[in-house]
Design a protein around this ligand. Structure first.
Ligand code: HSE
Length: 368
């Protein structure tokens, strides 16, 4: 199939390209690479030579394609998608952005969780596929087994979201903030004559200094946190929090919807989102059954023993970054009673949270 790639050089796009090369996805399709800014420059060479980049805004060039996969962002989608469909284009549109997610004709893709629904949708004529919000996808990769068993009466997810989820500029800014903090103390961190409270004062003063790099986030993140992600929604929720319930239930095709809510918080992790779950179970399942259902749901979720050692070595952004593994640990019954379960999971926001479901739905489409 003639497949066009837009936004393949950005952060999500680069992770996607790497994964597609690792899995030899390009052997199965005929790629064309597009650009919004460098028309005519040489495209990537995937082994068969490179061809010039085409204009991502040229509806004529896009209309020849069987599949378009974009990680260019929501503004691009809003600019091009409807215009292309209005011209009668009937190809497959695969999108990392949120712009089309809530359209009735758009399918949210996370095949380890809703693979059968995706295949049914393709057979039924669906042509628009969107990756879901990264926090939602990572939550469902971790807890799919409990949803599948119909055991989740409601779920609260308190998140610890990485800088990468906010964008490439923000991830770079987190690194810049870390460097600025190092500069604020210099070698004094190791001088026993400088008290630890003096070090803390210097770091805090640096964080509060207007010159501290914070343009992209709007506030310091390093050595701090930001308890507001995305824009305001009615009722005091943020849009990130709103997506939790809306997208979870859309992915699962769940009606009536399972209530999902929580507070979404940005922390100084690089590319792994973590989440602390409070789950009300429908039945007071024993813990070993809970763990067995969670662990058997897909090939990537991994139950981590509820010990300090296992938590430190397996359940951190440091351990998980750059991997497809979705560990979930700290699984225990909460003090509220036998129906209440606590758990904590970590997942790479650029892999299962963004690129991986897209390359996998592309494979499903190619095989259909
Ligand atoms: N909205 C997410 C975040 C990005 O801000 O972390 C992935 O959907």
């Amino acid at each position: 199939m003639k497949t066009g790639f837009v936004g393949w050089r950005g952060m999500v796009g680069s992770v996607l390209m790497d994964r597609m090369q690792q899995e030899r996805d390009f052997d199965l399709l005929e790629p064309t690479f597009f650009t919004t800014s460098q028309v005519g420059q040489a495209g990537p060479d995937l082994g068969a030579g490179s061809t010039p980049l085409l204009d991502a805004y040229s509806l004529d060039d896009l209309a020849h394609l069987d599949v378009i996969l974009t990680a260019q962002g929501g503004d691009y989608t809003k600019n091009v998608y409807s215009a292309l469909r209005d011209r009668g284009w009937k190809g497959f549109w695969i999108d990392a952005a949120s712009a089309l997610r809530m359209r009735e004709d758009a399918v949210l893709v996370l095949d380890p969780v809703n693979g059968a629904r995706i295949e049914e949708a393709i057979a039924g004529g669906a042509r628009t596929f969107c990756g879901a919000n990264c926090t939602v996808s990572l939550m469902l990769m971790a807890l799919g087994g409990l949803f599948e068993a119909g055991q989740v009466e409601w779920l609260s997810s308190m998140t610890y979201q990485a800088a990468s989820g906010a964008g490439a500029a923000q991830l770079r800014e987190l690194v810049a903030q870390t460097v600025a903090l190092a500069d604020a103390v210099g070698e004094d961190w190791n001088d026993p004559e400088v008290s630890v409270l003096e070090l803390e004062r210097r770091v805090t003063a640096a964080l509060r200094d207007e010159a501290f790099p914070h343009e992209s986030f709007g506030a310091p993140l390093a050595a701090s946190l930001l308890a507001y992600i995305d824009s305001a929604m009615p009722g005091g929720q943020t849009r990130e929090e709103w997506k939790g319930m809306a997208e979870t239930n859309k992915i699962l095709g769940q009606d009536p919807p399972v209530p999902v809510d929580g507070i979404c918080v940005r922390v100084g992790a690089l590319r792994c989102h973590s989440q602390a779950f409070t789950i009300k179970l429908r039945d007071p399942l024993p813990l070993d059954e809970v763990e067995q259902r969670i662990a058997s749901a897909n090939d990537w979720v991994r139950v981590v023993e509820n010990t300090r050692d296992a938590t430190f070595s397996e359940l951190t952004p440091t351990a998980v970054s750059g991997t497809l593994s979705v560990p979930i640990g700290r699984i225990r019954k909460l003090a509220m009673g036998d129906h209440y379960l606590g758990a904590f999971s970590v997942g790479d926001q650029l892999l299962w949270g963004a690129a991986e479901p897209l390359r996998r739905v592309l494979r499903t489409i190619l095989a259909s």
